[in-house]
Design a protein around this ligand. Structure first.
Ligand SMILES: CCCCCCCCCCC/C=C/C(=O)SCCNC(=O)CCNC(=O)[C@H](O)C(C)(C)COP(=O)(O)OP(=O)(O)OC[C@H]1O[C@@H](n2cnc3c(N)ncnc32)[C@H](O)[C@@H]1OP(=O)(O)O
Length: 411
């Protein structure tokens, strides 16, 4: 732990240090989906179709609709190819600047498209149509093979994603570290949310493994400073934060937090973007931003005053008051509190009943409620992220982080 403190001191006192940059994600990172990524972008070897004159626009549009009807997840590489071919067919060769190193999702999208080089639009269109027709025929033949309950979800390293009974569950899976959120975990939660938004489940649940829901941002995130220096780190982290919170703002299905224990920081603030928050009576809700030299995020600077009134919001977000589950319920942040002994049983019985409700009615009802403020929420998210980008460079923030690790070092 002392090494961490040393690294922090070196990094933040000199403000630009060639730190040991941890590869953000291991190679072979799982779970691609139309918009997402792995660090290893597969070589997109495409044949030039026999009828290189290209499919008609009608065929192309039909193929696009066909993709939405696929019963089987075609797998990561195929979805990335579909994304790249679609862009090439509609916009031609890649014409946008390469995203930053931490913006993994947009970087993989960019690389897949860029890999197509100057492939003509007509050829890209034909390849898209060919690819989809191949998928459709194989999907029809194999989809009966897997009953829904057995369908495995994508493999992640820091979260466990399962789907059955109409519910997709995303479980934070770093119990030894109180489910503290590493940069990889932020990315994997975004990937999982994207996959959940497109699967055939009705409801999506976020919960924690172990005795904590989540202890918020993993403070070691402050230690792996890339060669580009601390300002670049803060800039990329602000992008990561904005994308992460944006995934919750835009999530289209009913989103439920099953708060299985204490929750800290960002795991508390994004609760204002959930549709239901069920908590065990063991849970606590703590947002120690000022103690950490930081400021509110997760749109809480807007949602919390709306939910609980400005005074109670200030007590939490400015002064860091930790709430019990009962207090969080009384202040409107939590929908219902359950005795810990019956929490899981009661909550899952309830959610299974909800998941039998008409899927589209649930989704459209959520949309009506949330769409009225979506633009405002994205603006708040952008503001909070840019303010935090500055705060992370402040001595107040660095001293607070060093104190955390120094205390650990003493143990
Ligand atoms: C340049 C910036 C980079 C940021 C990149 C991401 C961008 C998004 C940022 C979003 C902004 C979010 C802000 C927040 O979430 S602020 C809140 C941050 N969280 C905390 O401050 C909590 C810190 N942890 C604690 O106070 C205690 O651990 C806790 C009260 C949670 C539990 O205490 P307890 O004594 O019960 O257990 P331990 O402390 O022994 O914990 C067990 C081990 O887990 C490690 N741990 C726990 N929480 C964290 C954490 N948040 N970060 C890192 N490590 C954590 C703890 O150190 C123990 O590890 P060891 O067993 O190895 O000692």
């Amino acid at each position: 732990m002392a090494g961490v403190v040393g690294r922090l001191i070196r990094c933040w006192c000199r403000r630009a240090v060639a730190g040991r940059s941890r590869s953000a994600l291991p190679s072979g990172h799982p779970a691609l989906h139309p918009g997402c990524c792995s660090l290893k972008v597969p070589a997109l070897q495409l044949h030039v179709s026999k009828t290189a004159m290209g499919a008609s626009q009608k065929d192309f549009e039909n193929a696009m609709n066909q993709v939405k009807l696929l019963k089987e997840d075609p797998g990561n590489e195929v979805k990335l190819k579909l994304y790249a071919l679609y862009k090439q067919a509609t916009e031609g060769p890649c014409n946008t600047p390469k995203p930053g190193v931490f913006d993994l999702i947009n970087k993989a999208k960019w690389e897949a498209w860029n890999a197509l080089g100057s492939l003509p639009k007509e050829t890209a269109r034909q390849n898209y149509v060919d690819l989809v027709s191949g998928l459709s025929s194989s999907s029809d033949s194999s989809s009966q093979a897997k009953p829904e309950a057995d369908r495995k979800q994508a493999e992640y390293e820091t979260v466990v994603m399962t789907s059955e009974d109409g519910i997709t569950k995303i479980m934070l899976n770093r119990p030894a570290k109180k489910n503290a959120l590493t940069e990889q975990m932020y990315q994997e939660i975004m990937l999982a949310l994207e996959a959940a938004s497109k699967d055939d489940s009705t409801i999506t649940v976020l919960t924690g493994n172990g005795d904590y829901y989540s202890s918020g941002n993993d403070l070691t995130n402050f230690t792996n400073i890339p060669p580009e220096g601390v300002e670049a780190k803060a800039k990329n982290s602000a992008i990561l934060l904005r994308n992460f919170v944006g995934s919750f703002i835009d999530f289209p299905k009913p989103l439920v937090a099953v708060v299985n224990g204490p929750a800290v920081g960002i795991s508390v603030t994004v609760l204002g973007l959930f549709d239901l928050v069920y908590a065990t009576d063991r849970a606590t809700f703590h947002t120690p931003f000022s103690h950490l030299g930081q400021t509110p995020e997760g749109c809480s600077s807007y949602t919390f005053p709306k939910i609980m009134g400005p005074a109670k919001a200030a007590e939490m977000l400015i002064f860091g008051k930790k709430l019990t589950a009962g207090e969080a319920y009384a202040q409107g942040l939590v929908t219902e509190v359950f005795p810990d002994s019956t929490f899981q049983k009661e909550v899952w019985t309830r959610l299974k009943a909800y998941s039998k409700l008409p899927q589209n009615a649930l989704r459209i009802s959520k949309q009506i409620i949330r769409s009225q403020e979506k633009e405002k929420l994205h603006a708040v998210n952008a503001k909070e992220s840019s303010i935090l980008q500055e705060r992370w460079l402040s001595s107040e923030c660095m001293n607070a982080i060093m104190n955390f690790f120094s205390q650990k070092a003493k143990l």
